[in-house]
Ligand binder design. Structure first.
Ligand SMILES: Cc1cc2nc3c(=O)[nH]c(=O)nc-3n(C[C@H](O)[C@H](O)[C@H](O)COP(=O)(O)OP(=O)(O)OC[C@H]3O[C@@H](n4cnc5c(N)ncnc54)[C@H](O)[C@@H]3O)c2cc1C
Length: 332
């Protein structure tokens, strides 16, 4: 088992949730404990906790509620009942590109810099200082972005969540090593480390499934902090120094091809996706999706039944239904 599988394996045997909506009710309140405490109660010591923390797809075990894990496991079970997972040929972004292509009037490359709600409309100011006014608006900015944007007018009931909702910090560093060292040291190309490179995965050819020579260092949570402010060449130096500690055959310079930062360094993201810290679900669940007058909210952070991309769609559906109910016959 990889270190990342441990938490899910142990949690699977103890899931107090039964349905996709249970996490918001009484069962969820019992489930709202830190993942670190849960693993300690299962007998994991400090060494095991440190490895599980590196494999965690969140910031850290201590601030990660088990609600996130148990909720995901319910969704995995639901998905498994539908058959093997599918994929979007050519990459999942083609799906959102197709949605965007079916929409007219999109204004891209012009970030929202301020929002104002009034009794009659919502006005959004863009980076080029132009303004857009509408009777209602749906704000789908992640809270990690919205917390940096002034919202004037009606007070936001979910202000505490906007300011404090944790977003998983992820950095992806794609790099080319000096050699295909996994072909000479007899080990698999993927490496789980307890060093700053955390996890190193081979990028595989879509058709053949074989490693194409590029590697991806996947840094999560606190482990993504060291690349803050670093250039690709500075990151390459760290990789060239650290990788041989885990894989002695990986000698020589590396070339960083691309770094993607879903971190607080990136003002359009602030993080990759949200999760709840212990105590937040009960404190926030009533106010999380509440409209502020004519300003409505959607996005994966407001999902109820699903998470991720499906969660984003689910929450948008709910926001649109609310606006339609306020404006019967006014919208297509
Ligand atoms: C590495 C990674 C792996 C993932 N894996 C999965 C997976 O396997 N399955 C899954 O379901 N989900 C996955 N997700 C999560 C999924 O991408 C999100 O849940 C989903 O994109 C959320 O949709 P959203 O519309 O709520 O927010 P986003 O997709 O984050 O959209 C927010 C948009 O707002 C834009 N924006 C930011 N600031 C401004 C501004 N000031 N003005 C205007 N626009 C702005 C951003 O550019 C972005 O386009 C993954 C995410 C990452 C980063």
């Amino acid at each position: 088992m990889t270190p990342g599988g441990l938490l899910f394996r142990l949690a699977g045997a103890a899931n107090p949730l039964r349905t996709t909506d249970d996490w918001r009710g009484p069962a969820g309140r019992n489930a709202d404990i830190a993942a670190r405490g849960f693993l300690m109660a299962q007998g994991l010591g400090e060494d095991g906790l440190r490895l599980a923390d590196i494999g965690l797809n969140a910031n850290k075990l201590a601030s990660y509620s088990m609600i996130n894990v148990w909720r995901t496991l319910i969704l995995f079970r639901q998905d498994a009942a539908l058959g093997p997972p599918g994929g979007v040929r050519g990459g999942a972004q083609l799906l959102t590109d197709a949605l965007a292509g079916a929409t007219s009037g999109l204004r891209l490359g012009n970030a929202v810099s301020a929002i104002e709600t009034t009794a009659s409309h919502v006005e959004v100011t863009l980076a080029d200082r132009s303004r857009v006014r509408a009777p209602h608006a749906i704000c789908t900015l992640p809270f990690s972005v919205l917390r940096r944007i002034p919202v004037a007018g009606t007070p936001l009931a979910q202000r505490a969540a906007i300011d404090a909702m944790p977003y998983t910090q992820i950095a992806h560093v794609y790099f080319e090593p000096a050699s295909r060292y996994w072909e000479t040291d007899g080990l698999p190309p993927d490496t789980w480390t307890d060093g700053p490179l955390e996890r190193v995965f081979a990028v595989r050819d879509r058709e053949t499934g074989q490693p194409n020579g590029l590697l991806l260092a996947w840094l999560n949570g606190d482990g993504a902090a060291w690349i803050r402010g670093k250039s690709d060449s500075a990151i390459a130096e760290v990789i060239a120094r650290e990788l041989p500690k885990a894989r002695p055959a990986a000698q020589g310079p590396v070339r960083v091809v691309r770094t993607v930062r879903w971190t607080d360094e990136n003002p359009l993201a602030g993080g990759a996706y949200m999760h709840y810290a212990p105590g937040q679900v009960a404190a926030w669940s009533d106010s999380l999706s509440a409209p502020a007058g004519r300003l409505h909210f959607a996005g994966e952070h407001l999902s109820r039944l699903a998470t991720g991309m499906e969660g984003a769609l689910e929450s948008a559906d709910a926001a649109i239904a609310t606006i339609l109910s306020l404006r019967p016959g006014k919208m297509p």
